[in-house]
Design a protein around this ligand. Structure first.
Ligand code: VGL
Ligand code: ZN
Length: 211
C-alpha cells in the first residue's frame, strides 16, 4: 500500500517521554528507536499532536500506592483490572518530560493524560473508566482531521488504547509499526496488534507513506 498524505491527516505521537526510554523507570526495550522514524514522519505531516503520560505522585496505577503489591501485578479498581507500574511520568520530574530528541517544531498540541489521582488513562482520548474524555477527539473533529497515524510508546498499552479509541471515535486510523515499540514482545505484542486491527485500525510501516 502507498498512502498519499492529505491536508486532513494528523501524526499522533504517544508518550515519547524519558521514563519510557532506555534508562527510564518504565523503559521500553529499544524505545529510543521510535524517535528517528517519528522525526522522519514529522517532516511529511502538517498536523502533529503529542500525548504525555502525566501522573500525580501516589497515582493509583503505581504499585507503590498499593501495600504488598509489586510492579506488573494487578489490582481490581472500580473501573476494572489495573496493571500496576513502577512510579513513572510524575509531574515535574525529568522522566515525565518529552524527549528533547523529538524534532517536531510544528506540533500543535500536547494532550496530557492520567492526571486524575484515582483513574489511569492509557488512551489519549478517553480515561480507563471508559467515560471521562480528554478532549482530544473533540479537538481533532473541530480541526477537521480525517485520518490519524499513531506512533510512539508503548505499542501494547498507550498506542493500542489510543489507536482503538481514535478508530471508534470515527477517525480513519493507522498504527505505524516501525515508529512504535512495545513493553511486551512476541505473541503478547502480536495480540495487541490483533486487538487494534479488530477495532478497525490499519497496520502500516513508514515506508508506505509517500512524500
Ligand atoms: C504507558 C504504562 C503505564 C504507555 C503509560 O505509555 O504505554 N504504559 N503508563
Ligand atoms: Zn502511566
Amino acid at each position: 500500500m502507498t498512502i498519499a498524505l492529505r491536508s486532513d491527516d494528523l501524526l499522533l505521537v504517544v508518550d515519547v517521554q524519558y521514563d519510557f526510554l532506555p534508562g527510564g523507570s518504565l523503559a521500553v526495550t529499544d524505545g529510543d528507536q521510535v524517535i528517528g522514524p517519528i522525526n522522519a514522519l514529522g517532516r511529511k505531516f502538517a498536523n502533529v499532536v503529542l500525548t504525555q503520560d502525566w501522573h500525580p505522585k501516589g497515582h493509583i496505577s503505581f504499585a507503590s500506592s498499593h501495600a504488598g503489591k509489586a510492579p506488573f501485578e494487578t489490582v481490581q479498581l472500580s473501573y476494572g483490572t489495573q496493571v500496576l507500574w513502577p512510579d513513572h511520568c510524575v509531574w515535574g520530574t525529568k522522566g515525565a518530560e518529552l524527549s528533547a530528541a523529538l524534532d517536531l517544531p510544528q506540533a500543535q498540541l500536547t494532550i496530557r493524560k492520567g492526571y486524575h489521582p484515582k483513574v489511569d488513562s492509557y488512551s489519549g482520548l478517553q480515561e480507563a473508566d471508559r467515560q471521562t474524555k480528554t478532549g482530544l477527539a473533540g479537538y481533532l473533529k473541530e480541526r477537521g482531521i480525517g485520518r490519524v497515524f499513531v506512533t510512539g510508546l508503548a505499542t501494547d498499552f498507550c498506542v493500542n488504547w489510543t489507536a482503538q479509541d481514535a478508530a471508534r471515535a470515527g477517525f480513519e486510523t493507522y498504527v505505524v509499526t516501525d515508529a512504535c515499540r512495545g513493553i511486551a514482545s512476541g505473541t503478547a505484542l502480536e495480540a495487541a496488534y490483533a486487538e487494534m486491527e479488530a477495532a478497525g485500525v490499519a497496520r502500516i510501516t513508514s515506508s508506505e507513506i509517500a512524500g
